[in-house]
Write a protein that binds this ligand. Structure first.
Ligand code: FES
Ligand code: FE
Length: 447
C-alpha cells in the first residue's frame, strides 16, 4: 500500500512551500506531528542550553531542558562546562531540585547516590555491604553525544550523527557575530532567564522571529502610538535599509539599519576586532536584528524605549528558547544580554527596557502571544483538518525570485532580499523543518 498517510502528506506539503507559499495549518497543533518533532528535530539537532556567563564559577549550575529531557548545565571543578542528563543512574529520578546554585556534588534525594559535578559517581551508601561487585565508573551521569560553544552560547545535541556545531551554524555565524561579537569583553546575561508558558505551538514563535515585519504596524500598533517604538524607526521609515536573510545554512534573520547610528548601546563598548567593516557598521547602525537558529533558538537585538517620558532609546539582546511542552503549549525562556563592560546604569536600563517590551508582561510580547495562541487554537480544530486549510506564506514571492535579490552585491552569506516585507525567512524555517522531519541534516552541507 503506497497511499501516503496523513502525516506523510502533511510533511510533504510543507516541503513544497517554496513553490506554493503554503503549509498545512494543522502542523501548528497536532499531536502526531509533535511526537515526531521530538524524535526527528529535538533529538537530532543542536539545542541551546545557556550562556557561559550564567555559570562563571566552578560549581555553578542551572537546570535546563533539551525538549522533554531534563539536563544540568554546570561548570565543573576543572572549570569545564558540562551538560549532564538529569536522571540518577540508580532508579532514574532527577538529581537536581533547585533551579540553580553552586555545588561540588549532586546528591540524589531518593537513596543518596552522590555524583561529582563532572558527572562521576563517587558515593553509594552501604556500597561495601550491598554492591560488592559494582564498578562505579559505569554509573556516571550521562551527557548528550555532543556539547559545544559558539561565542558564549552553549548548545548540545543528543545525536552523535548531527554535524559539528561549527558546521550546523555554518554561514549564519556571519550574522550571529554582529550580535555577539561587537562589544569589547563580550556579552553577559543579566539576572536569571525569565520563564513562562503560553498556549502556543513552538513553531509559530520561531517562524515569527525569522522576521515578520508585516505584523509590527498591525499587532504592535499601540507601541507606536505610545512612542515605545517610534514609527520613524519601523520598516515604514523611508531611510531604513531592511534586508531579509534566507537560506543561510538552514537559518534565517531580518536586519534593518540606518546610515547613521540611532544610538542604543554606549559608544565606548564597541570593538571592530572580530568584525568586518560591514558587520561593524551594522552592529552600530541597526535598529533591529531578529532571527531564528533552527529549531527553537531566536534572538532580537533591538532598540526600544521603555518610558518615552523619562528615558532614552536603549538596545538590548533578547535570546529566546521556545521549549516545546505539547502541541499547544510552549515554555518560553528569555535571556537578556548586555555588553559586559557597560556601566551598571546602562545594564539596569537595558534590563528594564527588555522586561517592559519583550518579556512575559512586555507590551510587545502580550500582543504577540494573543495572536499566536489564536493560531494554535484554530489549528487544532476539526475544521482545519477536514478542510485541509493552508496558512499563507506567499508575501513577496515575485521579488524573492529575481529583481530584489541582492546576494551578488552583498558581502554576507545567504540569499539576501532587499525587503522586510516578504516571507522567504519563514520559508527557510519550514524548509529546515521539512528536512529535519525527513531525517536530513541541517547546516552548511545543505545549502
Ligand atoms: Fe537516585 Fe536511588 S534513584 S539513589
Ligand atoms: Fe511581535
Amino acid at each position: 500500500d503506497d497511499t501516503p498517510t496523513r502525516l506523510e502528506r502533511v510533511i510533504e506539503e510543507v516541503g513544497d512551500i517554496t513553490g506554493t507559499g503554503e503549509i498545512p495549518t494543522q502542523i501548528h497543533n497536532d499531536s502526531d506531528i509533535f511526537d515526531l518533532e521530538l524524535q526527528r528535530i529535538y533529538a537530532r539537532n543542536w539545542i541551546f542550553i545557556g550562556h557561559e556567563s550564567e555559570i562563571p564559577e566552578p560549581g555553578d549550575y542551572a537546570k535546563r531542558y533539551i525538549a522533554d529531557n531534563p539536563v544540568i548545565f554546570v561548570r565543573d571543578e576543572n572549570g569545564e562546562i558540562q551538560v549532564l542528563f538529569d536522571s540518577c543512574r540508580h532508579r532514574g529520578t532527577t538529581v537536581v531540585r533547585a533551579e540553580q546554585g553552586n555545588t561540588t556534588h549532586f546528591r540524589c534525594p531518593y537513596h543518596n547516590w552522590t555524583y561529582k559535578n563532572t558527572g562521576e559517581l563517587v558515593g553509594v551508601p552501604h556500597k561495601e555491604e550491598c554492591y560488592k561487585e559494582m564498578d562505579t565508573c559505569e554509573f556516571a551521569l550521562q551527557s548528550p553525544a555532543q556539547v559545544d560553544t559558539y561565542a558564549g552560547l552553549v548548545f548540545a545535541s543528543i545525536s552523535d550523527d548531527a554535524p559539528s556545531l561549527e558546521e550546523y551554524l555554518g554561514d549564519f555565524k556571519w550574522y550571529l557575530d554582529i550580535n555577539l561579537k561587537f562589544a569589547e569583553g563580550g556579552l553577559e546575561v543579566v539576572g536569571e532567564p525569565i520563564r513562562w508558558e503560553a498556549d502556543t505551538n513552538w513553531k509559530i514563535a520561531a517562524d515569527n522571529f525569522t522576521g515578520d515585519a508585516y505584523h509590527v504596524p498591525a499587532a504592535h500598533r499601540s507601541t507606536m502610538d505610545l512612542d515605545i517604538f517610534p514609527s520613524d524607526l519601523t520598516a515604514l521609515a523611508g531611510n531604513r535599509t531592511s534586508l531579509d536573510v534566507t537560506n543561510c545554512s538552514g537559518h534565517a534573520c531580518s536586519l534593518s539599519y540606518f546610515e547613521e547610528s540611532p544610538g542604543g548601546y554606549p559608544e565606548e563598548i564597541f570593538t571592530d576586532e572580530h568584525l568586518s567593516d560591514k558587520q561593524y557598521m551594522i552592529s552600530k547602525n541597526h535598529v533591529s536584528i531578529v532571527g531564528t537558529i533552527f529549531p527553537n533558538l531566536s534572538f532580537n537585538n533591538t532598540l526600544k524605549n521603555a518610558d518615552p517620558d523619562n528615558r532614552e532609546l536603549t538596545k538590548f539582546l533578547t535570546i529566546r528558547k521556545w521549549q516545546p511542552i505539547s502541541p499547544e503549549k510552549t515554555q518560553i525562556w528569555n535571556w537578556i544580554l548586555v555588553p559586559k563592560n557597560a556601566s551598571q546604569e546602562f545594564k539596569d536600563r537595558a534590563y528594564d527596557t527588555g522586561i517592559s517590551t519583550f518579556s512575559v508582561s512586555g507590551n510587545f510580547e502580550v500582543d504577540d502571544f494573543a495572536v499566536w495562541d489564536g493560531i494554535t487554537e484554530a489549528a487544532g480544530s476539526t475544521f482545519v483538518r477536514e478542510m485541509e486549510r493552508k496558512s499563507n506564506y506567499q508575501m513577496g514571492i515575485g521579488e524573492m525570485s529575481d529583481a530584489e535579490n541582492i546576494s551578488e552585491d552583498w558581502e554576507g552569506p545567504g540569499d539576501v532580499i532587499n525587503s522586510a516585507f516578504e516571507d522567504g525567512t519563514m520559508q527557510t524555517f519550514y524548509r529546515s523543518w521539512y528536512r529535519a522531519m525527513k531525517g536530513q541534516k541541517i547546516g552548511d552541507s545543505n545549502e
